[in-house]
Ligand binder design. Structure first.
Ligand code: FAD
Length: 417
């Protein structure tokens, strides 16, 4: 049973634009993919997780392709691949610049066709344990009526995504409305370990103008296709396809320390020279390869084929999260985790296209292993929430009670009755 806080598809996955990595071209290999990702993540990834990610990648693409994902292809059927920041080979597979929506369309159809029950507008607010400390279900809350329900389960998979709507350090975000770190809270409170919780990813190119789309993502694919980052003097101040943390830091430095940014109503920004894409690849490239970007700015009278756009980093991704072993299980028995809520696959910084990949590889992995474990687990009978009392007592003794309710479920500015 899938329980989802909003509607199925109200998710970061749906919004993913640029693509999904897999080393499936003759000049590439999972080993090279590993080296790129390991270096880009500051050599902090858990080796066994990263190994699984890159070695399962080519098969993951084939699986999606067979299910019906419409990847960009050459007339002879070869997949078109491009570079992402920090990649030494072109291994980004995409469906124009709405790769996530295309993957989600296909997987949502699978869920419907296989008759998997989906409960919309219902949030998990607490994991339930049995008397032996094994995950045994969750307390759920109907988002409209606030009614509380109990789901009893032999195994539980947390796949609640990221945390952008917490707006760390006051940044805008590219994330969907429900990205409020719920899974970290649920897992932590039952004793699952967090890894690299301090490592948030600020995507270098959030829209800085116009105000209506402040913080919305301008996909890295724009730079993959040839757009350059330019300061107020018209100078290219860095290589546009460095890893994301390096690029974001460079933009912030250019604006703050070097005073070379462009003033906007929201702060400062730098130019992203989008007309360079057509100059390098020929007329019509933007409409063909990044139509969603063209439409997003076109709505506000900005033709990105002719004019550059203003960008500044936006809070994008949670690099850290729940620690898992390579079967997808957290330190709590029968509690699995997959997707952005997991930490350790990418180390301290994720490369473009490796998250859609981890969602597929580790989502399938967690599903398969949780299903196998469920077969050998009896339906839990003695359910308990005693761990919450223990957690609250610890809060008192460490003087760290904040009085804030968690998980937050919706951002602080959500309209509430
Ligand atoms: C704009 C954008 C563009 C991106 N582009 C790319 C890209 O091109 N390539 C790439 O690799 N990565 C990209 N990413 C990152 C990637 O899309 C995400 O990291 C990944 O899809 C997350 O998948 P997920 O399943 O973990 O989380 P999500 O897809 O966010 O799904 C989590 C789901 O859990 C639900 N939920 C949350 N809390 C609860 C709760 N308490 N109870 C019940 N349900 C809950 C949410 O409502 C949501 O439906 C992008 C991200 C964004 C925001």
């Amino acid at each position: 049973m899938i329980v989802t806080k909003l509607r199925i598809g109200d998710a970061n996955t749906m919004m993913a634009e640029g693509g999904i990595q897999a080393a499936d071209k003759p000049n590439d290999s999972p080993a090279i993919h590993y080296l790129d990702a390991f270096g880009g993540g500051h050599f902090a990834a858990k080796p066994e997780l990263l190994r699984k990610l890159v070695t399962n990648a080519p098969e993951a693409i084939q699986w999606l392709n067979k299910l019906g994902v419409e990847f960009d292809k050459e007339p002879d059927g070869t997949m078109i691949t491009t570079h992402g920041g920090g990649t030494s080979r072109k291994r980004m597979h995409a469906a124009k610049d709405y790769s996530g929506a295309e993957i989600m369309r296909t997987l949502r159809d699978e869920v419907l066709n296989r008759g998997i029950p989906v409960i919309d507008f219902t949030a998990a607010v607490e994991i339930i344990l049995d008397e032996n400390g094994r995950a045994s279900g969750a307390v759920l809350m109907n988002m409209e009526t606030k009614e509380l329900l109990v789901a009893r389960a032999k195994t539980v998979v947390i796949a609640t995504g990221g945390a952008g709507r917490l707006h760390y350090q006051g940044f805008p975000t590219s994330n969907h409305y429900g990205a409020t770190a719920d899974g970290l809270v649920l897992g932590y409170r039952v004793g699952a370990k967090l890894l690299y919780a301090d490592t948030l990813q600020y995507h270098p190119t959030g829209a800085a103008y116009p105000e209506q789309i402040f913080g919305a993502l301008v996909t890295e694919k724009v730079r993959s296709l040839g757009a350059k980052l330019v300061n107020i003097d018209g100078d290219v101040f860095m290589h546009p396809l460095e890893t994301r943390d390096v690029t974001a830091a460079s933009i912030i430095r250019e604006c703050s320390e070097r005073g070379k940014g462009i003033e906007t109503d929201q702060g400062t920004a730098v130019w992203l020279d989008t007309p360079m894409i057509e100059y390098k690849n020929g007329e019509g490239t933007i409409e063909k390869r990044i139509p969603a970007m063209m439409r997003m700015f076109g709505k506000y009278g900005i033709d990105i084929r002719k004019e550059p756009i203003l960008v500044y980093p936006t809070l994008h991704y949670q690099n850290g999260g729940l620690d898992i072993t390579d079967d997808g299980m957290t330190g709590v028995e029968n509690l699995y985790a997959a997707g952005e809520v997991v930490g350790g696959i990418h180390g301290r910084n994720r490369l473009m296209g490796n998250s859609l990949l981890d969602v597929i590889v580790f989502g399938r992995n967690a599903g398969i292993n949780a299903a196998a474990k469920a077969k050998e687990t009896a339906i839990p009978t003695s359910l308990t929430l005693k761990h919450i009392d223990t957690f609250n007592e610890e809060l008192e003794t460490t003087d760290s009670a904040s009085g804030k309710a968690s998980p937050m479920l919706l951002p602080s500015y959500a309209r509430r009755k």
